[in-house]
Design a protein around this ligand. Structure first.
Ligand code: KG4
Ligand code: ZN
Length: 350
C-alpha cells in the first residue's frame, strides 16, 4: 500500500539516484530524489571495530565493506520504498580514499548499472561533502565559498558551479580531522578523536594553554596543523617530565580553540577578499559544535549567510554522493563500466 502511494506521488520527471559510499570506514547507500530530497540514508559504521586498533585498518575496512554492501543497498531501497527498476542512475565515490574500500562500492555500483542498464556516475568524495549542503538548504546555489574539513582533507574553495571548484587554499601537512584524531590519541581519548575532543572541551578552558595558530604569509588561505599537533605533544611531554598535572579537558579545549580560530580566520579572510556573501562548511570536522558556533558568529558579524549540513550529513554518508551524482548526471557526466578506484583523485579531476 505504502509503496503504491509513494510511486504515485512521484512525477514522470523525477530523477531518482542511488548513491553509494565506501571510501573509508562507513558502508553507505542512499536514494536521492531530484538532487535535494533524501528518501533514505543508510550508514553502516565500522568505527567500533577500528577503535580496537586506534585507527582505520584498511584490510579490515575492505573486508567489512564486502560483508555489508549488499545489505546496505537493499535497506536503502527498502527505506525509500523503491526498487532498482525505479532508479535513473547510480552514483558512487571512486576517489579519493582507501583503494580496497573504494573498490567495493565501485564494483557494487558497476554491477547494478550493468544489470539494470543504468547510467553510472563516478563521484569525487569531496564534491560529495560539499553537496551535503544542498540537502537541507534548498535555496543554496553556487557560487559560494566552502571550507571542507575532514579526516583526510582541508580545503578552502569557491564553488563556482555544481561540481566546479576554484581551490583557494589547502593544508600543507595534516588535515584538521587528522590533527583531532592524533591529539585525542595523545591524551588517551582513543579513536575517532574529533567527537571525543568536541565533548571533552565542554569541561575545559580554551584559554588555559596557549597553542600556536599557523598563518602562512605567502599563502593566506592555506592551513598547517602539524606544528599545533607537535606543540600539544611537547606540552604533554613537558608535563610528564616535570610531574605537572595534566588537565585533559583544558588540553582538548585549548587545542580545539586553536584549530577553530584558524578555520574561521581563513574562511573570513577569503570571503572578504573575494567579496563572497555565502559560506558553507562540510566534512566530518564541520560537525564540531564549537566550530559551528564560532563560524556562525563570525558570519553574522560580517553579514555573510552561513550554511552547514546536519552532523549526520557532515561525516561520511551516501546521500551527499547521491546529490553530487544528480548534478553530474544533469550535466551529462557518465562513467564507463571500466570505472576504477582512484585513491589520490584530485579535486576537479575526472
Ligand atoms: O568526512 P569524514 O567522515 O571522513 C573523511 O572523509 O575523512 O571525517 C572524519 C573526520 C575524523 O578525523 C573525525 O575525528 C572528524 O572528522 N570529526 C570531528 C567531529 N566529528 C568527526 N572532528 C571534530 N569534531 C567533531 N565533532
Ligand atoms: Zn569524508
Amino acid at each position: 500500500m505504502k509503496r503504491k502511494r509513494m510511486v504515485q506521488s512521484m512525477s514522470k520527471k523525477d530523477v531518482l539516484i542511488l548513491g553509494i559510499e565506501s571510501s573509508c570506514d562507513e558502508t553507505a547507500a542512499s536514494v536521492v530524489k531530484n538532487g535535494r530530497e533524501v528518501l533514505s540514508n543508510v550508514i553502516s559504521s565500522q568505527i567500533k571495530l577500528h577503535t580496537l586498533y586506534g585507527g582505520v585498518v584498511p584490510e579490515i575496512a575492505s573486508r567489512k565493506h564486502i560483508e555489508k554492501i549488499n545489505q546496505v543497498v537493499r535497506q536503502a531501497l527498502a527505506d525509500a520504498e523503491v526498487t532498482l527498476d525505479d532508479l535513473d542512475a547510480v552514483g558512487v565515490t571512486y576517489g579519493p580514499g582507501l583503494v580496497g574500500a573504494l573498490l567495493v562500492g565501485v564494483a557494487e555500483a558497476k554491477a547494478i548499472a550493468y544489470a539494470k542498464k543504468l547510467p553510472l556516475v563516478g563521484v569525487h568524495h569531496i564534491e560529495g561533502h560539499v553537496s551535503a549542503n544542498y540537502i537541507e538548504h534548498k535555496e543554496l546555489e553556487p557560487p559560494f565559498l566552502c571550507e571542507i574539513i575532514s579526516g583526510g582533507h582541508t580545503h578552502l574553495v569557491i564553488v563556482k558551479d555544481y561540481g566546479e571548484f576554484e581551490i583557494l587554499g589547502r593544508t600543507r601537512d595534516d588535515a584538521a580531522g587528522e590533527a583531532f584524531d592524533k591529539v585525542a590519541r595523545a591524551i588517551g581519548l582513543g579513536y575517532p578523536g574529533g567527537p571525543k575532543i568536541d565533548k571533552l572541551s565542554n569541561e575545559g578552558n580554551p584559554e588555559a594553554i596557549s597553542f600556536p595558530r599557523a598563518h602562512i604569509e605567502a599563502a593566506p588561505y592555506d592551513f598547517s596543523f602539524s606544528g599545533l599537533k607537535s606543540a600539544v605533544l611537547n606540552y604533554l611531554n613537558k608535563c610528564k617530565m616535570t610531574g605537572e598535572e595534566i588537565c585533559e579537558a583544558d588540553v582538548a579545549a585549548s587545542f580545539q580553540k586553536a584549530v577553530v580560530d584558524v578555520l574561521v580566520d581563513n574562511a573570513m579572510r577569503a570571503a572578504k577578499d573575494y567579496h563572497i556573501e555565502k559560506l558553507a562548511i562540510a566534512g566530518g570536522v564541520a560537525s564540531n559544535q564549537h566550530l559551528r558556533t564560532a563560524m556562525e558568529q563570525a558570519c553574522t558579524k560580517a553579514g555573510i549567510s552561513f550554511y552547514r549540513p546536519s552532523p549526520i550529513f557532515c561525516t561520511d554518508n551516501a546521500a551527499m554522493i547521491g546529490v553530487a551524482a544528480y548534478y553530474e548526471y544533469q550535466k551529462g557526466t557518465r562513467s564507463g563500466l571500466d570505472l576504477n578506484a582512484v585513491p589520490n583523485l584530485k579535486l576537479g579531476e575526472r
